[in-house]
Design a protein around this ligand. Structure first.
Ligand SMILES: [Zn+2]
Length: 472
């Protein structure tokens, strides 16, 4: 067997042979996958012969979309884990620490950290990311010469790493419900609707029609926008691009729910369903605190719940009602959010474990049709993730991006097991380094666990983090 080496070149037509591959209709044997020069899957055949195709080293999965990322927060991961028993440490005290980091980041740091984080994502099996970006201005709130300065850094990081990008510029105008003025650190991201729409238009022109990168929009949260600004921005971008993904943080913290009720008499998701055109284009990030009515109605819109179980655990958010959400036909995607973990298998494992701990049951997130928990979780996160990121990804199928994850077929965990048993082992089997090779848009970006440009990217990341610590 041989595996094509990582290369930046893209041949006009390439053929790959997988002994096992997860296709939309289920697991298939002896699959021939042909990719075209544009990075899409051109042809697919089951029960095929390898002939001259490149044999892949193990079971092949569609790459996992990461629906929610703040790349810069990687520099904070693991540094905010000491507390004081006399003090009530919460999401809000963590946010103060995060804001201190916000004030130290210069554009080259943003690019260096994001590039490294995206390589880490690729190595773990994420092949696309939704970057929820709000660091637009200088630390004192003054404007860079180019309004797209920091967004350009994120785009450059995605291009350098090779990951697919859905850039989600965030509208952040206020510090709390009722249009409270932004706090000092929040000046770095605060904008009014007019300035935001001009920025969005500039990014739209910058990105254009790019198969590897698309533009969405992210009203940050109901805390950070007004009813008028939310409506104005969604209307503006929808006129330009009717299918644009819309992401919003909502109901992550109980304190946020309480503040929303105090402001308008309604819970956040209930308010949103009443006042915004929530649909399949929307991703409700976290949506942790839902009452039964919100849960039922939000699921029926077709919106994706953007779940980030390891961050939600780290920040003490609460437990999303995943069992009831899925039973009500709700859709989910997963995200690495604060980057305390960069591993889709761990996010999916903790999504299930949260339900087990809460319900005191086992094997919660599965169905009669798909009794495998791993099989259920991987499929629903693929479908919801692709929907939330607004790109043709998440399926090994003709016309979709050639985003492939090759598990390590030589790992003992994957020997003598087939079908969804592979996904159960991958997610719940405690497998070290399960991902061997990763292709994005027809191009190998990870080969034998090494990402393209990994050494240089790591050096730049470490230098950036050292500078951030000096400035903190
Ligand atoms: Zn977030």
């Amino acid at each position: 067997m041989r595996c094509e080496r990582a290369s930046t070149s893209r041949p006009t037509l390439s053929a790959y042979f997988a002994a096992h591959a997860l296709l939309p209709g289920g697991w298939a044997r002896d699959v021939l996958i042909e990719t075209n020069a544009g990075g899409d899957i051109e042809r697919l055949a089951e029960g095929a012969k390898a002939d001259g195709a490149v044999r892949l080293w193990g079971p092949v999965l569609p790459g996992m979309p990461n629906v929610h990322s703040h790349a810069f927060q990687r520099a904070l991961a693991g540094t905010a884990e000491s507390g004081d028993p006399a003090r009530h440490d919460t999401f809000w005290t963590w946010r103060d620490r995060m804001y201190r980091l916000v004030l130290t980041l210069e554009p080259p740091d943003i690019e260096a950290v994001a590039t490294w984080v995206y390589l880490e994502m690729l190595k773990s099996g994420y092949t696309a990311v939704g970057e929820f970006h709000y660091l637009f201005h200088t630390p004192d709130g003054s404007r860079y010469d180019s309004p797209t300065e920091t967004a350009d850094r994120v785009i450059a990081a995605a291009e350098r790493s090779g990951i697919g990008l859905t850039l989600l510029p965030a509208l952040y105008t206020y510090s709390g419900f009722g249009q409270q003025a932004p706090s000092s650190p929040q000046r770095r991201f605060a904008m009014d609707v007019e300035e935001f729409c001009a920025l969005w238009d500039a990014l739209d022109a910058r990105i254009g029609r790019n198969p590897q990168c698309t533009l969405g929009v992210a009203p940050h949260s109901l805390r950070a926008v007004s009813p008028q600004s939310l409506a104005s921005v969604v209307t503006h971008v929808s006129r330009r691009r009717p299918e644009v993904p819309v992401h919003i943080h909502v109901a992550e913290q109980q304190a946020e729910v309480d503040a929303c009720v105090a402001w308008c008499g309604a819970r956040p998701v209930a308010w949103l369903l009443e006042h915004a055109p929530v649909s399949e284009r929307w991703c409700l990030v976290h949506a942790t605190h839902l009452d039964a009515s919100e849960r039922t109605r939000a699921a029926l819109t077709g919106a994706v719940a953007g779940l980030c179980p390891t961050t939600e655990a780290n920040l003490g958010d609460g437990i999303f009602p995943a069992q009831q959400w899925l039973a009500g036909q709700g859709r989910i995607g997963i995200g690495s959010d604060s980057q305390v973990t960069i591993d889709p298998a761990e996010e999916l494992r903790w999504l299930e474990y949260g339900q087990r701990l809460f319900l005191q049951q086992r094997a919660v997130l599965c169905t009669a049709e798909t009794p495998s928990v791993g099989g259920t979780l991987y499929r629903v996160a693929l479908a919801g993730g692709a929907q939330a990121l607004g790109r043709s990804i998440g399926r090994i199928e003709r016309g979709f991006r050639a985003d492939l994850v090759v598990l390590d077929g030589e790992n003992s965990a994957f020997r003598d097991v087939t079908g969804d048993g592979l996904l159960d082992r991958y997610i719940f089997g405690g497998v070290r380094e399960p991902v061997r090779d990763v292709m994005v848009g027809g191009r190998w970006v990870v080969a034998n666990r090494r990402a393209n440009g990994e050494h240089a990217a790591k050096s730049r990341y470490l230098r950036a983090v050292a500078h951030l610590r000096e400035r903190a």
